[in-house]
Design a protein around this ligand. Structure first.
Ligand SMILES: [Zn+2]
Length: 402
C-alpha cells in the first residue's frame, strides 16, 4: 500500500498497532457490545510494553486447513476434521432474479491455491484507477459486500494491493474497525450480515453442521428480500449457509473453497444481472494464514491475488453499467496471529472500506465502526428500515445528501 501520507496513523503502523493492542487490552478487548471506548481513543503513543497476550481461543478445527507445501507446518494444522465439508443442504430459494445459480461443487479439500506472485495486470489497475464515481447517496440502488476472510489491515498495508489502494482513494476507509469475539469466520459473518452481536444472532459455532440450525434473524438478506429486493450470496466456505434464512437469499452459491472459484461464480452472478444485494466471500487469505501464518510472505502474496480478483469484480460491475448505482463495501470477518484467530487484538481489528456514489473520497472514517454496522449500512443505503433488535448502526459518514 502506498497511501502512507493520508493519515498519521499509517506512518508508524507498528507503533499504532502496538498502541492499539495495548488500548484494546486495557479497555477490554473481548468487549463485543458497541464499544464505549473506540480503539482510536486509546493513546496511540503508548510506550508501555505490550501486556501479556489474552487467553487464546483455539480456532475451531474446521478453520484449520492443511499446510501448503511451501509453509512451515504448524502443529495446529493437523486436524482430523479438516476434511471436505458436506454439500450444503440449504436449498437455494427459488430465484426471483433471472440469475442462474451455478451448481455448487465441492472442493475435494479446502487446500488453498498455490501461492505464486500474481502477474501485475496493469490494464486492470489503470481501469480501476480511472473509474469515476460521482453522484450522491440517493443514487445508490444496490449494495455489494466483499469479505476478504482473515484480512488484517496491516496485511493490506504491507501487501502489493494496487486495486484496493485505488478503491480506497475513491472511498471512505478505516483500519480500526472491530469484529466480534470470538473472531471466527461464521460467527463474525453472522454479525456482519445479521447486524447483531453473537448473543443475539445465536451462531456460536464455526463449522458447517445443518443440525445446528440457522441464524436468528432478521438478516440483511431477509430484510432486503422482504422488501422485494433481489439478493445473492457467493460463499467461499460452506458454513456460511447457516446465515441463509429461508426466503432471504434468492441466489445462494457455494462454488468451492478458493478465491478463484468464488470469483468465477460471482462474476457469473454479476454478468447475468447484478442483484440489489450481493455478498461475496473470498476464503484464501484465511486459509493461507492458517497454513503459512498470518503476515507470512505467502499470506501477503495471497492478499495481492485477492486484490486482483477484487479488481475483476469491480470491472465486471462497471462493465454492466452498475457502478454509478452501487455501494461497494470491502471488509474482513477477522484478522489473525500466528496460525490462528480468536480473541487476540490482532484478530479483532479489521479494515472497512466503502466506495460508491456520494461516499466522500479519501475519507478516514471515525473509529468505533463495528462489523455489525455493515448490515445496517447496507439497509440504510437501500432506504430500508433497520430492525430495532439490531446492534448495528449505519455508518452515516459515507452518505451525503441523505
Ligand atoms: Zn474467517
Amino acid at each position: 500500500m502506498k497511501l502512507m501520507n493520508t493519515a498519521p496513523l499509517r506512518l508508524k503502523h507498528g507503533l499504532v498497532l502496538a498502541g492499539m493492542l495495548v488500548g484494546l487490552f486495557l479497555t477490554g478487548c473481548a468487549e463485543i457490545d458497541r464499544p464505549g471506548t473506540p480503539a482510536s481513543e486509546v493513546p496511540m503513543e503508548a510506550t508501555v510494553s505490550l501486556p501479556p497476550a489474552p487467553p487464546t481461543i483455539t480456532p475451531a478445527p474446521s478453520q484449520i486447513t492443511p499446510a501448503s507445501p511451501a509453509s512451515a507446518t504448524p502443529t495446529l494444522t493437523a486436524s482430523p476434521t479438516s476434511t471436505p465439508f458436506p454439500t450444503p443442504t440449504q436449498t437455494p430459494v427459488a430465484a426471483s432474479s433471472p440469475t442462474t445459480t451455478p451448481v455448487p461443487t465441492l472442493a475435494t479439500s479446502p487446500t488453498p491455491e498455490p501461492v505464486t506472485k500474481p502477474t501485475p495486470n496493469i490494464q486492470l489497475q489503470q481501469k480501476i484507477e480511472t473509474l469515476t464515481i460521482g453522484g450522491s447517496s440517493d443514487d445508490i440502488q444496490r449494495v455489494v459486500i466483499i469479505s476478504i476472510d482473515g484480512l488484517r489491515p496491516d496485511a493490506w498495508e504491507q501487501a502489493d494491493t494496487p486495486i484496493l489502494d485505488a478503491l480506497r482513494l475513491k472511498g471512505a476507509f478505516t483500519d480500526v474497525a472491530q469484529t466480534v469475539v470470538p473472531a471466527t469466520t461464521l460467527i463474525a459473518h453472522a454479525s456482519m450480515l445479521g447486524g447483531m452481536t453473537p448473543e443475539k444472532h445465536g451462531i456460536y459455532w464455526n463449522v458447517y453442521d445443518p443440525s445446528l440450525g440457522l441464524i436468528n434473524g432478521p438478516t440483511l438478506f431477509s430484510e432486503a428480500h422482504n422488501a422485494g429486493l433481489r439478493t445473492a450470496m457467493v460463499a467461499g466456505k460452506p458454513r456460511l449457509a447457516h446465515i441463509v434464512l429461508p426466503n432471504s437469499v434468492d441466489n445462494y452459491n457455494y462454488a468451492g473453497y478458493t478465491d478463484q472459484q468464488t470469483v468465477e461464480a460471482a462474476l457469473a452472478v454479476i454478468q447475468t444481472g447484478l442483484p440489489d444485494v450481493l455478498f461475496i466471500h473470498l476464503p484464501n487469505v484465511d486459509s493461507v494464514g492458517h497454513a503459512a501464518g498470518w503476515m507470512s510472505a505467502e499470506q501477503l502474496t495471497t492478499v495481492s491475488i485477492a486484490d486482483g480478483l477484487v479488481g475483476e469484480l469491480v470491472a465486471a460491475i462497471d462493465a454492466g453499467g452498475y457502478l454509478p448505482g452501487t455501494l461497494l463495501v470491502i471488509t474482513a470477518d477477522h484478522g489473525g496471529h500466528g496460525f490462528e484467530h480468536g480473541d487476540a487484538p490482532e484478530d479483532i481489528i479489521v479494515p472497512w472500506l466503502a466506495v460508491g456514489p456520494g461516499v466522500p473520497a479519501g475519507l478516514t472514517l471515525q473509529p468505533g465502526l463495528m462489523i455489525y454496522d455493515t448490515a445496517a449500512t447496507a439497509l440504510y443505503a437501500l432506504n430500508l428500515p433497520i430492525p430495532p433488535t439490531w446492534d448495528g448502526r449505519p455508518v452515516l459518514e459515507i452518505f451525503t445528501g441523505k
